[in-house]
Write a protein that binds this ligand. Sequence first.
Ligand SMILES: [Zn+2]
Ligand SMILES: [Zn+2]
Length: 365
Amino acid sequence: MSDSIRAAVMTGPRRPLEHRQLSSPRPEPGGAVLETVASEVCGTDVHLHHGHLAGVPYPIIPGHVNVGRVLETNGPARDVEGRTIEPGRLVTFYDVFGVCGSCWHCLVAKAGTRCPHRRVYGITTSADEGLLGGWAERIEIKPGVRLLPLPDGLSAEDFMGGGCGAPTGFHAVERAGIALGDTVVVQGSGPVGLSALAFASLAGALRVLVIGAPAARLEAARRLGAEDTLDVAAARPEERVAWVLDRTAGRGADVVIEASGNPAAVAEGLEMVRDAGRYVVVGQYTDAGDVSLNPHRHLNRKHVTLSGCWGYEFTHLHRSVQMMARFKSRFPWRRLITREYRLADAAEALRDMERLAVVKALIRP
Ligand SMILES: [Zn+2]
Ligand SMILES: [Zn+2]
């Protein structure tokens, strides 16, 4: 086993990526080491590079959602069914650790994604603490981090085509409480929006309409079963609202899911949802500014249910992976991978994601 591991390190906002040689980790008791098979570049990595997230302990090794092959464990690793995970097995893992299970948020509010002790691989972990991100040849699995074997028939590419967007979109769909026959609008056509589209269909939506950009992402939306798509850049805000009303007998959609990252989309989305409909905001992962709402018109009189959706829990990762395996021919997530990049080209991958030249950028360490 080689002792030297290559990693791409983000040293700070707007600073060039550094390529470092780090020593190969040995698993702690109850932990494991993975050989990285695939990592990704997502919108969050672009935000990290812009310095838009508070409390990030630069230098970091980005790459929160990953697939790897188990190289070594220290003590038996088991899945949630109690089955042993042997070396050589292809796995992903829940990228969150440190959720304490004993604080007010965990126990009283039952809101694990808001536990103040929650930490995330590739985002709130420093490169000085070890190989805790996927832009590296190996990944250290801390004790307590849950490994999730990919089901038979689900390849690394099938899963990574959705990547972190899949469990995030799954969680948003769960929050939306979609009923059989609902009409759903998704604002945003990145991996979160596209995954929300697929899972909304599986949840029983009659039809899903997607508003986003650029053309390649809208084409992907149609491939995943969107009934209709609208290029956000080709229409003014009131035209986008009219586009939805035209398709819903003037009433608006039963459910609107915001996955765009643009604060203005929230005021606009509230115009697109019907009276007594549901609106889920999942795309505002960073603070991109304020918008003004009309509380009478948008909320109170509309009798709307408005939900935020922060991160995801193990249940969403587990269930989304099983669903991706079961429905992969209907929803070809792997086709969302526009391009693969070697670790040495991570900066280029980051740039391509920044200018939305790719739907999903895969990193192949
Ligand atoms: Zn807690
Ligand atoms: Zn992500």
